[in-house]
Design a protein around this ligand. Sequence first.
Ligand code: FES
Ligand code: FES
Length: 213
Amino acid sequence: MKASGFGLNEAIAVAQSSGQSAAIAPAQTLPAVEMKPVSMTVNGRSIGPVTVPEQIMLIDFLHEYLGLTGSRLGCGQGVCHACVVILDNADGTSEEVRSCITSAQFFDGRKIRTIEGHATRDAHSGNATLSPIQQKFLEHFSFQCGYCTPGFVNSTTVLIERLKRHPIERSALEETISQALDAHLCRCTGYVRYYEAVKELVLDTPGLVKGSE
Ligand code: FES
Ligand code: FES
């Protein structure tokens, strides 16, 4: 049965009967999407190989292929840092990477952590335990809508891990935190509560500030 409404032939007939010429655009051929397998470790879990469009960004891979939707798409242009994930390097260092402008293929064979990898869940009770960073943000009411929070959690994690390797002088603390969080945009809270939470966490964690052990 034909659906109600005009089809192409009807539209041409109407146009011709009304004296208009029916301008029909030539068919366009869309470029073929190249597909390529990708494998990576996400939050300690081995993934792949999964065949994906070669140009797919990591955030879309996480959302659409793995169902990990905690990484937030904000600007989509590398500006807001809401989409930041953690890349674990082979030398034991970690770094932030913006998943909206970095292709999934970049992470082939590499290890990443996303916001879903921070809290732990007790197998028997089902209760979740937040990471110290998440807990501190909660205690400080650092976020409102929470859209930017995964990025802040990941960047703070990278900061803490860097300070474990390279403790800083107390006098450098404020500047160090500002530099670590500076690129992250938050439209709700004005940053102060994030900043205060990170500062408290750094000072509470032994070994991050020289002389605080
Ligand atoms: S969504 Fe990636 S930087 Fe804004
Ligand atoms: S808490 Fe809403 S954008 Fe940061």
